[in-house]
Ligand binder design. Structure first.
Ligand SMILES: CC(C)(COP(=O)(O)OP(=O)(O)OC[C@H]1O[C@@H](n2cnc3c(N)ncnc32)[C@H](O)[C@@H]1OP(=O)(O)O)[C@@H](O)C(=O)NCCC(=O)NCCS
Length: 156
């Protein structure tokens, strides 16, 4: 997708430093271990063409979103648009890019994570037709560190 002011195109490994720079200064983002450049590169490799960036005519990156799927459900992460470029349709175009790529891969539904205190982010998603699943809770375990859950052996 493109217009006179910005262009949306697939994110490449070369975009990772600029995308990270944007995410680091964007409110409502939660960056962690999984956002090391090599992990992001692996994500792009596993989900070819699905993630997207928005760039201005001079190549400045002003928006980004990660998009991927596990073969069953899609997921969006880290949607962000530079403050000075908001309310110009950039986020909508980034999301549309991701959704089209999921459709092309036969994925029927897409999820995303939103911090509970990100009220503005929530308003955007709601405005765009996304629905909060009040019947679900995100649960997580640290796979890299500590004991493997359920592998403690016999309790007796
Ligand atoms: C949320 C965010 C990505 C929106 O980016 P944007 O480029 O300004 O959004 P768009 O211009 O594409 O907006 C698309 C539509 O959503 C509306 N919209 C945008 N931000 C909105 C908000 N905070 N509340 C309500 N509606 C909003 C726009 O008015 C537009 O609707 P319209 O065409 O009917 O007027 C941007 O504000 C941002 O980066 N926020 C911080 C990061 C964040 O919270 N990300 C989401 C959580 S993962």
């Amino acid at each position: 997708m493109s217009c006179a002011c910005f262009q949306v195109r697939p994110m490449t490994v070369a975009d990772i430093p600029a995308a990270l720079a944007l995410w680091r200064v964007t409110e409502g983002m939660g960056l962690g271990e999984s956002d090391r450049p090599e992990r992001l590169a692996a994500f792009l490799d596993r989900n070819p063409g699905a993630s997207a960036v928005a760039v201005l005519g001079d190549g400045t990156l002003v928006g980004a979103v990660l998009c991927g799927d596990d073969g069953r459900r899609g997921c969006l992460h880290h949607l962000a648009v530079a403050r000075a470029q908001r309310r110009r349709g950039i986020a909508r175009a980034l999301v549309a890019h991701g959704i089209e790529s999921l459709k092309a891969r036969g994925i029927e539904k897409c999820n995303l994570f939103l911090f509970a205190d990100n009220v503005e982010g929530g308003r955007f998603w709601q405005h765009e037709g996304w629905v909060a699943r009040g019947d679900l809770t995100v649960m997580q375990v640290n796979v890299a560190g500590g004991a493997t859950p359920g592998a403690a052996g016999c309790a007796c």
